[in-house]
Ligand binder design. Structure first.
Ligand SMILES: Nc1ncnc2c1ncn2[C@@H]1O[C@H](COP(=O)(O)OP(=O)(O)OP(=O)(O)O)[C@@H](O)[C@H]1O
Ligand SMILES: [Mg+2]
Length: 414
């Protein structure tokens, strides 16, 4: 009788969905794997592009991680967190979004067995933060300050970094042409390098190589009668204007749009390199070196910390591995070669050589990337992984009446 007088405590509104505990953490980790599956084949010079058709039927073709993630309109709350953090990479440094997604998802994948065994997520988070700090310090030590190297031609450096960024894009064939253009554009800006002073005008028709850089602004000419081609007025020669416009020519609209996005990545990279000229070698070289460093470190400590930092080390190998997979190379054998090389004295810049299905010294090969891109990517990936691990409950508000009716109508139920 007494029990009947104690009604159950109802805390949340009727219809509220509530998931919690370990199962919820695992569910979020799985969702992040799905996100990385969606973008992994786009990584690197041999990566593929994605064609995304939205609800209106508009088609986007892209290799840009940020664009793909945006277009996918992911609704899973855990996965959405990863997407938001990965996109912050795009805002901060303009390149490396795909890498952030892959590394974060791999961090989570590697520690999933620990979560399943009951290791408390906070323990993992603590080790992750420690591992990140170690990796960032090491990255700093490894970075090569351009000015220290006696390499005086700054322009060369900028072009190399733009080339690496453009290598993985639809315009890879014309990367030399566009790298020059992007560097010219950025060098014409004033010291603050304001991004909005580089305009990009897209003109359909003509060859990609007919694209050009104009010092000044371009306006579309308007005619009251039908004109075959678009025409532009140029305002040039104003010595104090410090504005430039890139006129992009090319075939299909989707192609020009993707070219614009690729140039945006390269412009951001060049600006970054101008502000901070320290660089590292790409093609998985820096990731392998940091991986080795963390692995070696983990052997000097004990307990769960050791396992978790070792799993971070393993996760970083995802970058060279995926570069191989996307090129159709034997990733297991190349990764073995890389591990061996990196454990030797002079092997720190060895990475994947996408032309020869082998490994090469990517510093010598001039596959250069600004270290700030890697710094930001590691930080963002760790931050995303920690955030996902720290959520053990999702409470979803019931849908509003209006939404429910609309959904029912859509299904023909109302
Ligand atoms: N010539 C090259 N040889 C080997 N690896 C290369 C070469 N050029 C670029 N890469 C590597 O390709 C990777 C970058 O690929 P990609 O541009 O597709 O992804 P992202 O920069 O992580 O993301 P996004 O560009 O979509 O924001 C980097 O690891 C970079 O070092
Ligand atoms: Mg890129």
């Amino acid at each position: 009788m007494m029990r009947m007088m104690n009604p159950p405590i109802i805390l949340l509104k009727e219809g509220t969905e509530n998931q919690q505990g370990k199962a919820q953490v695992i569910n979020n980790i799985n969702a992040c794997q799905a996100v990385s599956e969606a973008v992994r084949t786009t990584l690197g010079p041999r990566g593929m592009d994605k064609m995304i058709v939205d609800a209106k039927g508009d088609v986007t073709i892209s290799n840009d991680g940020a664009t793909i993630l945006k277009k996918l309109e992911i609704v899973h709350p855990g996965a959405k967190t990863l997407v938001d953090i990965a996109r912050s990479q795009d805002d901060e440094v303009g390149d490396g979004t795909t890498s952030v997604t892959l590394i974060a998802a791999e961090f989570l994948k590697q520690v999933k067995p620990f979560v399943e065994e009951g290791v408390h997520p906070q323990v993992i988070i603590r080790s992750f933060r420690k591992g990140l700090q170690l990796a960032l310090n090491q990255l700093n030590d490894l970075s090569i300050k351009f000015s220290d190297k006696g390499l005086t031609k700054k322009r060369d450096l900028l072009e190399r970094c733009a080339l690496t960024s453009l290598s993985s894009k639809i315009v890879a064939q014309q990367k030399a042409f566009f790298s020059k253009m992007v560097v010219d554009a950025v060098l014409q800006l004033d010291d603050l390098l304001p991004l909005n002073m580089i305009g990009i005008k897209k003109v359909q028709g003509g060859a990609l190589e007919e694209s050009m850089l104009v010092s000044g602004v371009a306006f579309k000419k308007t005619f009251s009668y039908a004109v075959g081609k678009e025409r532009f007025n140029f305002f040039t020669g104003c010595p104090n204007s410090k504005t430039v416009t890139i006129i992009l020519r090319g075939g299909a609209e989707q192609f020009i749009e993707e070219t614009e996005r690729s140039l945006h990545d390269a412009i951001m990279i060049v600006r970054r390199t101008l502000k901070n000229d320290s660089i590292v070698a790409g093609g998985g070289a820096i990731e392998m070196e940091l991986s080795k460093y963390l692995r070696d470190y983990s052997r000097t400590i004990a307990g769960k910390d050791q396992l978790i930092i070792a799993s971070m080390a393993k996760s970083l190998e995802i970058i060279p591995r995926q570069l191989c997979d996307n090129a159709g190379f034997d990733s297991t054998s190349l990764l073995n070669k890389l591990r061996q090389k990196h454990s030797s004295e002079d092997g720190k810049w060895f990475g994947i050589d996408v032309r020869t299905e082998d490994i090469s010294d990517n510093f010598e090969a001039c596959v250069w990337e600004p270290s700030v891109v890697k710094r930001n990517a590691l930080t963002a990936a760790t931050e995303a992984a920690c955030l996902i691990l720290s959520v053990d409950e999702t409470i979803k508000a019931p849908r509003s009446q209006v939404e429910q009716t609309a959904a029912a109508q859509k299904l023909g139920m109302a």
